[in-house]
Design a protein around this ligand. Structure first.
Ligand SMILES: Cc1cc2nc3c(=O)[nH]c(=O)nc-3n(C[C@H](O)[C@H](O)[C@H](O)COP(=O)(O)OP(=O)(O)OC[C@H]3O[C@@H](n4cnc5c(N)ncnc54)[C@H](O)[C@@H]3O)c2cc1C
Length: 355
């Protein structure tokens, strides 16, 4: 019998596994082969930008990002292209540009050896019994284990969440497509693109060494490939030299716009990170919440194993408040008229010499 079984070894799960007391018998599983160095088959679709909130959280956890996780260039501004209002502006921002797969693997490398791991292993389902939970997993073959606490850290399309909160209304889902193109151009800023014809969320361009990543988060009700092609054509018309396609990644984003779309704990099951719905509806930033909720749950379990669930639920209120502020920001940012006013006012915008 395990004390804690964690499904998913992304930033949330890996942080929890690293911070739990070693008196507990813990198992962490992930469908990715995180213990092998061969080609990443199940790479996470992500912009790979560490925003100030995530930087603060890493500092708080006593961590600094090793240089092999970084990619170039490091960027100090965001260029906002507003196709709806036909405007462009630069704003100062402080991001750290990383290789997302290497970042995840670095966090995994920090998990102590006392934690049992099963990588290349998929969570199938669970059954709640009186004193424990029976968890069905598959690594080539199916097997069943028992645990006192089950944690869903399995990201946006969380199976644990779906099974635990069957009657909840989940947030609206967006299909994110991100393609990597070869480039010779230096782009020392992150670009965000607003265009109602494509999405009521946003699209982005990020350089990672010799690649230009062009991505978009498109409401699932639309044909995402068609919308993505519209975006590419618009960028080409604006003079973007888009090279040969190198690879394509995709996933869903569940865009949490109401606090009741966040689910954190029920009985012996807890959710952390994106599985709980902890993501910004203004920027889709989620690494800070993953690190924070993973650390909060570890703290709650370590502090008082009996009341861990009420303790965790109470602590998550701080994250919920932060998400509420992001939701208010999103209401302003994604309103064409208000965005036009802000961009015209030049508040906080900056001039770039080369332009
Ligand atoms: C296109 C896009 C761009 C983004 N860009 C940024 C960004 O630049 N900066 C930022 O801060 N955030 C960004 N985010 C959000 C960020 O990626 C997530 O919020 C963050 O990864 C959440 O971490 P997590 O550990 O909760 O989940 P994840 O990182 O999704 O990890 C979940 C883990 O669970 C595993 N898993 C899933 N299902 C199963 C299963 N059934 N069995 C076993 N294992 C399973 C997965 O393999 C994965 O390793 C972006 C998201 C998207 C979609």
């Amino acid at each position: 019998m395990y004390d804690i079984v964690i499904i998913g070894s992304g930033p949330a799960g890996a942080t929890l596994a690293r911070m739990l007391d070693n008196k507990y018998k813990i198992l962490i599983v992930d469908k990715r082969n995180l213990n092998e160095n061969k080609e990443y088959k199940r790479e996470k679709c992500c912009g790979g930008l560490i925003a100030p909130d995530a930087q603060k959280m890493l500092a708080h956890l006593g961590l600094g990002i090793p240089k092999q996780v970084l990619t170039g260039p490091q960027m100090f501004s965001v260029k906002s292209i507003d196709f709806d209002n036909k405007m462009e502006k630069h704003y100062q921002r402080h991001y750290i540009n990383i290789d997302r797969e290497k970042f995840d693997r670095w966090l995994v490398s920090l998990i102590p050896e006392t934690v049992n791991t099963d990588y290349g292993c998929q969570f199938i389902s669970y059954k709640e019994k009186d004193d424990y939970i029976e968890v069905k997993l598959r690594n080539k073959e199916e097997y069943v284990i028992k645990t006192k606490i089950l944690v869903g850290a399995d990201g946006a399309i969380s199976k644990v969440r779906k099974q635990t909160f069957k009657n909840s209304k989940f947030p609206e889902s967006y299909i994110s497509i991100q393609k990597w193109y070869k480039t010779n151009v230096d782009m020392p800023y992150y670009t965000s693109i607003f265009d109602k014809e494509i999405t009521d969320f946003y699209s982005w361009i990020i350089q990672k060494d010799e690649y230009m990543l062009i991505g978009s988060a498109i409401p699932s009700k639309y044909n995402a490939n068609e919308k993505y092609d519209i975006l590419l054509n618009k960028l080409k018309k604006c003079g973007y030299d888009i090279g040969e396609e190198y690879k394509k990644t995709g996933t869903l984003i569940m865009r949490t716009r109401k606090l009741n779309q966040i689910n954190v704990v029920k009985g012996k099951v807890a959710l952390i990170g994106e599985a709980a719905g902890l993501i910004s509806s203004s920027s889709a930033e989620g690494i800070s919440y993953a690190l924070k909720s993973g650390a909060m749950l570890a703290h709650s379990i370590n502090k008082n194993n009996k009341n861990w669930s009420s303790n965790y639920r109470k602590n998550v209120k701080k994250i919920k408040f932060n998400i509420l502020l992001k939701n208010i920001k999103a209401l302003i940012m994604y309103n064409k008229f208000l965005r036009c006013l802000i961009m015209k006012s030049r508040i906080l915008s900056m001039k770039i010499k080369s332009e």
